[in-house]
Design a protein around this ligand. Structure first.
Ligand code: NAD
Length: 254
């Protein structure tokens, strides 16, 4: 198990799912965590349940100003930033390519792509000040594969893989590592939403279809994704830069 003792880690989309699991795991492994999401209440409650070394903060990642406030709050509370987990994301609406409105594309890109961009821009001065660090972006199997009906989401998750590769090339010389976490279907809220939208009232049929494509025969868990994120934050991953790290039960193996 990789130690995160003494590290300061910012997490977006931390109110539930992968983000909350990662905040809790990172904290258990010794990190100070700044847990952020759209509403203050849930992340403040998670931080309170962790006690020392945890701060909950309301942050809309699609706002450049909120991202800057997030990093400033982390530095103020804990003195430095060693890692950022740019994890907030939305699935958007499921439907055929030519039925997607401009607004549907924009809302997904504002969070999933520009939210990541603003997070990186805001964090860079603090990571440089710390002498290096780790940026982990939550992409998806949808960042390396297509999926019928999910064009804005899939396009956004491919976009952040491209962003990660450019950043890894640019920031490697500064000892700032950049990677993506690419989960397969996770047994959580987002997949329930995608399943129910794909086949309203019969989401379990969509779940069975996805499960049939996963060699492990099940969805992965929030904690299994958190374990990869925590590895990528840690010094054990000192040589990991510029790659996609799949946690997909083998989905992309075939
Ligand atoms: N669930 C899956 O099967 C799956 C698979 C692959 C990738 N992912 C990705 O994992 C990440 C985490 O999702 P999750 O599965 O934990 O689902 P989730 O919906 O529980 O978590 C996403 C979080 O992001 C927050 N969020 C949404 N818009 C935001 C904004 N503008 N500013 C700040 N926070 C915002 C939500 O409030 C939510 O807490 C997402 O990027 C998602 O696309 C999920």
């Amino acid at each position: 198990m990789s130690s995160l003792e003494g590290k300061v880690i910012i997490i977006t989309g931390g109110a539930g799912g992968i983000g909350e699991a990662t905040a809790r795991m990172a904290h258990t492994r010794g990190a100070s965590v700044v847990i952020t999401d759209l509403e203050a209440g849930p992340v403040e409650a998670i931080a309170a349940s962790l006690g020392e070394r945890a701060l909950g903060l309301k942050v809309d990642v699609s706002s450049r100003e909120d991202n800057q406030k997030m990093v400033a709050a982390a530095v103020k509370a804990f003195g430095r930033v060693d890692a950022v987990f740019l994890n907030a994301g939305i699935e958007g609406q499921v439907g055929p390519f030519d039925s997607r409105s401009d607004q549907a594309w924009q809302s997904v890109f504002n969070v999933n792509v520009h939210g990541v961009r603003f997070g990186v821009e805001a964090a860079l001065p603090a990571l440089r000040e710390a002498g290096g660090g780790s940026i982990v972006i939550t992409s998806s199997i949808a960042g390396v594969r297509g999926a019928a009906g999910l064009s804005p989401y899939v396009s956004s998750k491919h976009a952040v893989v491209g962003m990660m590769r450019c950043l890894a090339a640019e920031l490697g010389p500064e000892n700032i590592r950049v990677n993506t976490l690419n989960p397969g279907p996770v047994d959580n809220r987002m997949m329930r939403s995608i399943e129910d939208q794909a086949n309203p009232g019969h989401g379990e049929e969509v779940q069975a279809m996805f499960t049939s494509r996963i060699p492990l025969g099940r969805y992965v868990t929030n904690d299994e994704c958190a374990a990869m994120a925590c590895l990528l934050f840690s010094n054990d991953a000192a040589g990991f830069n510029g790659n996609c790290y799949m946690v997909d039960g083998g989905y992309c193996a075939q």
